[in-house]
Design a protein around this ligand. Sequence first.
Ligand code: ADP
Length: 849
Amino acid sequence: MKRSTVDRTKLSPMMLQYMEIKDKYEDCIIFFRLGDFYEMFFDDAILASRELELTLTGKNAGLDERVPMCGVPHHAYASYIDTLIEKGYKVAIVEQLEDPKLVKGMVKRDVIQVVTKGTRIDNNLDSKNNNYIANIYDFDYCKGISFTDISTGEFYCELLEYNQDEIIREVVRRGFKELIVNEKIDRELVNILRSTYGILVTITKELDDTKEYQYIYEDIDDPRIITTIKHLLYYVLDAKKGDLHHLKKCEIISSQKTLFFDNNTKKNLELVETIRSRDRQYSLLWLLDKNKTAMGSRYLKHEIENPLTDKKELERRYNFIEKLSTEFILRDDLRNYLDQVYDLERLAARISYGNLNARDMLQLKKSLNVLPDIKNILEQLDYDKTINPITEVASLLEKSIHEDPPLTLKEGSLIKDGYNSELDELRKLSSGSKDFILEIEHQEKERTGIKTLKVGFNKIFGYYIEVSKGQKNLVKEEYGYERRQTLANCERYTTPLLKEKENIILGAEEKIINLEYKLFMDIREIIKRYITLIQEVSKIISEVDMLQSFSIVSDENKFVRPKLVDEKSLELIECRHPVIEKVLTTKYVANDIIMDKSTDILLITGPNMAGKSTYMRQCAITIIMAQIGCFVPCKSCKMPIFDKIFTRIGASDDLVSGESTFMIEMKEANYAISEATENSLILFDELGRGTATYDGMSLAQAILEYIHDKIKAKTMFSTHYHELTALEKDLKHLKNVHVSAIEEAGKITFLHKVKPGSIDKSYGIHVASLAKLPLELINRSKNILDIYENKKGKQETFTQTSLFELDEEEINEQENKNELEEKIKEINPLEMSPIEALNFLYELKKNMK
Ligand code: ADP
């Protein structure tokens, strides 16, 4: 049955209420609160029953047919919602807004929040990653992008040129979980984002204005940025429907302040996850993350994705790392204290939104309790920012919140004794009556002489006197016992006195629970005033944690402080790839990467597997590490500050766009050469190999010349086109280097050592034989190579001689020749006696036949 075809005049009032709410939230699955369940109806029910494996039932709603329905228990709804939003759905939670016991007729219901992938604010969020929701606002001539993580309060905005590729690149690079766009936006862009990149995109109307959150953009002048911020803000406020004053002032992203690279580079360099398994383990982030707090880990990830270009700030970070490494005892203490700090940033968000429970408050208290010690250590380390330990909140929580509170707020046991006198009185009354009841047990035993008589309590029948079946006969009329419950082996009674005490206890307990809830809410309101201070502390803790992590990793791995220079001269002495070095069981071969003022391009030749792309990657990674303020994997490092990094390494993973690998490669090359400046780094790995030899080689040469003459960016270019090494003569800022390998007895050994000059052998066949291709095939390729190399001068191609056109005699002759060669290679004439040599010669001659 379709919702749209229903005759609404026939519907029951409750179902009509449902319909009206669903009309306003068409694109959401409605979780409709009915008593102890959240129910779904119509198409929502069919879909949710499939996605959540729930039983589909029906509800009588006044129509001829029953309305499809399924439901989840209210106490377990969170995990069902998680599953739905992870699958890309939006869920609107509809609550009863009145107590059903207190109203006649139907209770009021409405949406209390919309939950989506990008607007989560709960405890189950991944603590090591940000969760961004973004808005793309189309202004005809440019686009504004604003994004926020409402679980931490961060808010950012930027303006981009009107260029579809650019927008997609930015969205993918930043890993937005959810997007909203204004109605004007190009639908093709929306389709690509949805179908190719699987992003949840909502097209929104212009939304209402709100003055309440003006502080977020009050320091910004550009009306386009303000509109972009507001649009996202209204969407988020409309979805969450709660207090979001923890949202911070919006930061405008400026390309000048950060080292730019696109998503391909982020992937190729395995900065935050590995290419193959998309795992954090073995990425740069994994190596550098010795943070003690989740805030520190998130900040580190943010910094790796957005390295800096501000020399002063970088030097400031290096100075602190250096200080930490010398004061390692203080550093250890600091790490111990940081270990006790919970996720203050996310706690602040939940304080504001109002879903902070008592256990969260304890986390807040424990975190605040160590702040004075952290403050003290930071002062001893001459750290330039001061922590406010917010002691008044710590002591309020110390006085008020119970040490072992339950998860929910309506069970009591939230507030400590001594915090509130009314509560203490009620507790006294309740426990006094409980003591009295224990006393009753004693008295009744005496009075009745029934030794096994007990006083007990259960939720349904309240307090009772229990007498076992065997002793039932001893209960006399005069005792005034009233029967309450008969069980198989006992009888339960009550008495007027017991009832009286029970009323006192239960009345007091209800009052206690209500009062505790109220006191808890009051405390939450008080803490709310400190959100900004808590956020300021979080920011400092995140940074300090990241820097102590850098200091630890740098000590462990012998990283050194980079020297940032103003001239365009790069000198990485004995540089290593920090992650490969860490996981390699053999020794990593360090290499120098030198591009001085007069060298812009390194043309790298060498066999496959020699380490060319690793050499290039380690250069980029070193620069990124330096520009997040970390020490670097070198013996010494001198470098300028880079503005952008472009890479074209390895296979592109853009399989979805339907373009050929070569096309993608050329597009990426174009992107690099059109965006790079003389302060950029470009890494091109075997560019041009995806087409015919001369085609590719010509393109490669032209690109090298273009970079050399026009862009002047520092560039590393690896190639198998040995012909290109001749360019060194003409391009004065280009230098040849090669990665060497040695060949012994037909076997190749990679030394991974980079040396000046070029090499003219590719060893491709050796690598193929290492890969264990059939021997017959390997031998055949050696022959072809021989033929090709011999005939090359005469401009003949090897394609004329296919394996299948050779006659048998020719094959035998060639195989024979190989065998003879192998045999000769095996002997050492200096170690042979004349007679042995003669015998060997005789043997050879015999084999030739
Ligand atoms: P190429 O790009 O020349 O084909 P790679 O850079 O992919 O070669 O390197 C191949 C393998 O050699 C790497 O996976 C790595 O394990 C190893 N390797 C590369 N460089 C070094 C080095 N400097 N020291 C030790 N091992 C290295």
